[in-house]
Write a new protein. Structure first.
Length: 480
């Protein structure tokens, strides 16, 4: 779209929920009339906040889907399924999901992400959404599959971005905003033809997705080969409370014995089963058999956390929080800012190019680790630890990869403190973690091997993106 010039009365600026001085999105010309999407929906509602929280382990309960389960590819991400009680599900008057529903994330960094529901994927047919997700269900005047494909287009997503309001620097869609979104009045018979064109592309995308491997498993495989441990060791260790362990199978009930002398291992007196269980001791013994350093031996300065930000909606320095660490990239969003005064006064929170950031608070998120490779003024909040490595002593990329393999992340699982969602990883524990003492050249060899394998995955993702663009073009062409 070229540069658009227009005039507007100042009085019009007050018609939105917040003062908007940006160029609004303009629907492209179409041979079809545009109509509000709400006129073609039989249901458009969000769920309720689960009472008593959610349970990540009890598979006998009802399923409660949130933003984390809405995959970027339009499918459900069921690598982690949250559950609520049957009583809560039975007594809820809204938010109950049916087969072939469309889900739309309504707030935060995930605003606008959509996915298609297939009940065949669920262990239970009692499924609902929480308060962060809308259920969208078309009426008899629209093809539900066409409606879903439409939600994935730039045409729909641009309207989402234009309507997303700002509240405490967080974007989001309320129900009134969602009802304002427009859709071209393509006859239902033509919608079916469009779906028929798109389905072969979706099948190709599914084939490509089947070729994608979990990046963490790739990293684990390379380290297993280089250091001589069983690459399935991560499953033996099992799933735990921290980010790295989530690729593993659930742990079963374990009963074991340990000597009192074992309780002295570590910097604090530990009675935790996660510190003394056989898989942990097995990996500790393997790591002890290697020539290792401690993290504190390679630092330019002590490990430290960021600071609690003083947010400014008109600030220009982005804040990096736990949610921005993706265990493979850092998602620097334009959502939450501080101003230059805070940036200059809070030296401890400043992030530099080459810093390694590790999520240090919260169940599941704790242990996410990423390397910043960007020259930009940024600050870390108080839940993110900053690690500055002397690159004459150690490879930053090797360090990051190491803590995504079982030899690294088991130490995070072993050494966090606290319980439930209040788990913490402190600077002293990070500083005392063991890392392989191998030459920089050997580290680079492993880094290159990991990157080569990950690049293959990125090539597949680009093919998927190219196919998805074809879907967008089919719908754009249909409305011209």
């Amino acid at each position: 779209m070229g540069l658009t010039t227009f005039t507007i009365d100042f009085a019009e600026l007050k018609s939105n929920d917040s003062l908007r001085l940006w160029v609004p999105f303009i629907l492209p010309d179409s041979k079809y009339k545009y109509e509000k999407i709400i006129n073609f929906l039989s249901l458009c509602e969000s769920g309720s906040r689960p009472k008593g929280g959610i349970n990540d382990e009890d598979e006998g309960e009802a399923i409660s889907l949130g933003g984390e389960q809405i995959g970027v590819d339009g499918n459900l991400d069921l690598s982690k399924i949250p559950y609520v009680s049957f009583d809560f599900y039975d007594n809820s008057t809204k938010g109950k999901v049916q087969d072939n529903d469309i889900l739309i994330c309504k707030d935060g960094a995930l605003t606008g992400k959509t996915c298609w529901v297939e009940f065949s994927l669920f262990p239970s047919s009692q499924v609902m959404v929480n308060e962060h997700v809308y259920i969208v269900r078309g009426n008899s005047e629209i093809n539900q599959k066409f409606l879903f494909y439409y939600t994935k287009t730039d045409l729909f997503q641009s309207q989402i971005k234009d309507l997303a309001y700002k509240k405490k620097a967080q974007p989001g869609l309320n129900l009134d905003h969602l009802k304002k979104i427009k859709i071209p009045l393509i006859p239902k018979s033509e919608q079916a033809k469009i779906v028929a064109q798109i389905e072969p592309i979706e099948n190709r995308i599914k084939e490509l997705k089947d070729e994608i491997e979990n990046p963490q498993e790739i990293i684990n495989m390379v380290f297993a080969k280089e250091f001589g441990f069983n690459e399935n060791l991560f499953n033996e260790f099992g799933k735990g409370m921290t980010a790295g362990t989530q690729i593993a199978q659930d742990r079963g009930l374990r009963v074991f014995k340990t000597d009192f002398s074992e309780l002295s291992r570590g910097n604090i007196l530990r009675f935790s089963t996660r510190f003394h269980n056989p898989p942990t001791k097995k990996i500790m013994s393997f790591l002890d058999s290697l020539d290792t350093l401690q993290v504190k031996d390679i630092l330019l300065e002590p490990v430290h956390r960021g600071a609690s930000p003083k947010y400014k909606p008109d600030g220009d320095v982005p804040v990096v929080k736990t949610g921005h660490l993706k265990n493979g990239s850092i998602e620097i969003t334009q959502e939450e800012f501080v101003d230059s005064d805070f940036y200059n006064s809070s030296v401890r929170s400043q992030i530099k190019n080459g810093d390694i950031l590790i999520a240090s608070t919260g169940k599941v998120s704790l242990g996410k680790i990423d390397l910043l490779e960007e020259e930009q003024d940024l600050v870390a909040d108080s839940h993110v630890s900053i690690i500055r490595i002397d690159d004459n002593k150690y490879s930053r990329q090797f360090f990051t990869y190491f803590f995504r393999c079982i030899l690294g992340y088991f130490q995070i699982e072993r050494d966090f403190t606290g319980a439930t969602n209040q788990i913490e990883l402190y600077a002293d524990e990070i500083s005392n973690f063991q890392i392989p003492n191998i030459p920089l050249k050997a580290q680079q060899k492993i880094v290159d091997e990991v990157k080569s394998e990950l690049d293959k995955q990125e090539a597949i993702k680009k093919k998927i993106e190219k196919e998805r663009n074809k879907i967008d073009e089919i719908i754009k062409k249909a409305i011209k």
